[in-house]
Design a protein around this ligand. Structure first.
Ligand SMILES: Cc1cc2nc3c(=O)[nH]c(=O)nc-3n(C[C@H](O)[C@H](O)[C@H](O)COP(=O)(O)OP(=O)(O)OC[C@H]3O[C@@H](n4cnc5c(N)ncnc54)[C@H](O)[C@@H]3O)c2cc1C
Length: 451
């Protein structure tokens, strides 16, 4: 019997994949069954789903169930301070889009498929509260009866998220090293309601960004015609959540920084005071497992900042890799060891790229040199499709390219782009394409064909 603690995206998908291979699975989740309760407020309401996540959801038979809840976003819509907007496509092929999806709807779909699989038993309102590695059991409280159950581990898969109780237990007992690195910025969600008859009030096929240097606002569409906007801002300092102490300060800040968005957010002041400032950070742990007893998977092992829209996509890729490791080995210790050894270099790479992307979103997207390099990247991809794929595209649209490869090739590509655009201002005609060909052929070996 495999025990999974946490029925978020990772735990639910793992349960489906492992049960599919005939393994009996029990899942313990603190919260009530998401199919019976309305969406939680406070967590990000919608998420960007990309190729890695889609690939995993297809393998589990969940993708198709999402149907019209998936809203394609073809690129970024940049909102400048003077009110101008500019659309920057994410990719150049029709399938190179990412999807906005409701977190609650996705959780419901995953739980529905997991609970429907023979061999899967779901225990909602059950919370992991402690572990006894000597006795090889975990203490799980049934929150309805208030009884503590001693649940055998070996294996227990801890998919209990960024604040993982299991990771903190393992680290407190010095069985692993765990680090939680807090970002100096936090976030707050605000709503852009639908217009008359559920009409979208901005382009619904884009991820909207208001880049403002040290802070930014973004908005993703929902299938009811609304958008969920997220304000990312330093927690402390001159312009920060701490400095916006009352309605007047908030109003002045929103009206001055995002005048067009402010007009679309009639309840912004009430929401600003009601919603908590969300935590953002990076979790790093090593190793991810204790013998063959328990392993961390998903955010519990490697939560990252959300600026590449890859946290959950990466967790879904974890599930595919974990399942493949489970198929290769007969001992759980060997499964855990191989999973951690293969996966960590890749999760470290995407965590680093996610941090870098914050700078790109809040600042670089508005700079002409960056835009020239973006356009040039797409042109080089057209000319050398298996050699030069923009780093963003490798991460978002090419699950066959490991994150670490995307990071390493991305660094080389970035050098090539800087060299080619040195002295150029904004025109592709200023670029020496013969030199581009020489650099690319000598420095970037061909990538494997897509799977
Ligand atoms: C603002 C924001 C925006 C984001 N946007 C994106 C995006 O656009 N695209 C993307 O790919 N990712 C995004 N992410 C990341 C994504 O939310 C996470 O990577 C993903 O939710 C991780 O899934 P998980 O199942 O590992 O953890 P979680 O989603 O945290 O789920 C953990 C589950 O475990 C349960 N649990 C916790 N403790 C216990 C316990 N002690 N006992 C039993 N159960 C427990 C919880 O109730 C929860 O159901 C975003 C994150 C944030 C904060």
């Amino acid at each position: 019997m495999i025990r999974i603690v946490g029925a978020g995206p990772t735990g639910a998908l793992l349960a489906i994949l492992l049960a599919k291979r005939g393994q009996p699975v029990e899942v313990y989740e603190t919260r009530p069954d998401p199919r019976r309760v309305p969406a939680d407020s406070g967590r990000s309401i919608n998420l960007a789903l990309a190729d890695r996540g889609i690939h995993a959801l297809k393998a589990a038979g969940v993708f198709e169930a999402l149907g019209s809840s998936l809203l394609p976003m073809r690129g970024r819509m940049i909102h400048y301070e003077n009110g101008d907007t500019a659309f920057q496509p994410y990719g150049q092929r029709p399938n190179e889009v990412i999807f906005s999806v409701s977190r609650h709807r996705l959780n419901q779909a995953l739980i529905e498929v997991a609970a429907g699989r023979p061999g899967v038993k779901m225990h909602f309102q059950h919370r992991l509260e402690g572990t006894d590695f000597a006795a090889r059991t975990a203490q799980i409280r049934d929150l309805v009866s208030d009884r503590i159950l001693a649940v055998p581990m070996e294996p227990l898969l801890a998919t209990d998220g960024a604040g993982s109780a299991m990771r903190r237990e393992m680290a407190a007992r010095q069985l692993i090293q765990g680090r939680e690195i807090d970002l100096e910025h936090g976030y707050k969600e605000l709503a852009i309601p639908a217009g008359p008859q559920g009409a979208f009030r901005m382009a619904n096929d884009a991820l909207h960004i208001w880049p403002r240097g040290n802070f930014m606002l973004i908005a993703l569409p929902n299938d009811d015609g609304s958008f969920t906007a997220t304000l990312f801002l330093p927690k402390f300092g001159a312009v920060s959540f701490a400095s916006l102490g009352d309605d007047t300060a908030v109003e002045e800040f929103l009206a001055a920084s995002f005048p067009d968005a402010r007009e679309l957010m009639p309840h912004a002041l009430a929401e600003f005071s009601a919603h908590p400032v969300g935590f953002l950070g990076t979790v790093s742990a090593h190793p991810w497992h204790v013998q063959g007893q328990a392993s961390l998977v998903g955010d519990a092992a490697h939560a990252m900042v959300p600026f590449h829209g890859q946290g959950m996509n990466c967790c879904f890729e974890d599930c595919i890799e974990f399942d493949a490791c489970a198929a290769r080995h007969s001992s759980w210790e060997a499964v855990f060891a191989e999973f951690g050894a293969q996966r960590k270099p890749n999760t470290d790479a995407i965590a680093a790229m996610a941090l870098e992307n914050y700078m790109e979103m809040r600042e670089s997207v508005a700079i002409p040199k960056f835009q020239l390099q973006q356009t040039l990247s797409l042109e080089l991809e057209r000319r050398f499709p298996r050699r030069f794929i923009p780093r963003y595209s490798m991460v978002m649209f090419h699950h066959e390219v490991p994150y670490l490869t995307a990071q390493q090739r991305g660094a080389t590509q970035s050098e090539i782009l800087s060299e080619l655009t040195h002295g150029a201002v904004s025109m592709l005609s200023e670029v020496d394409f013969e030199r581009a060909e020489r650099e690319i052929l000598s420095r970037l070996p061909p990538l494997p064909e897509p799977l």
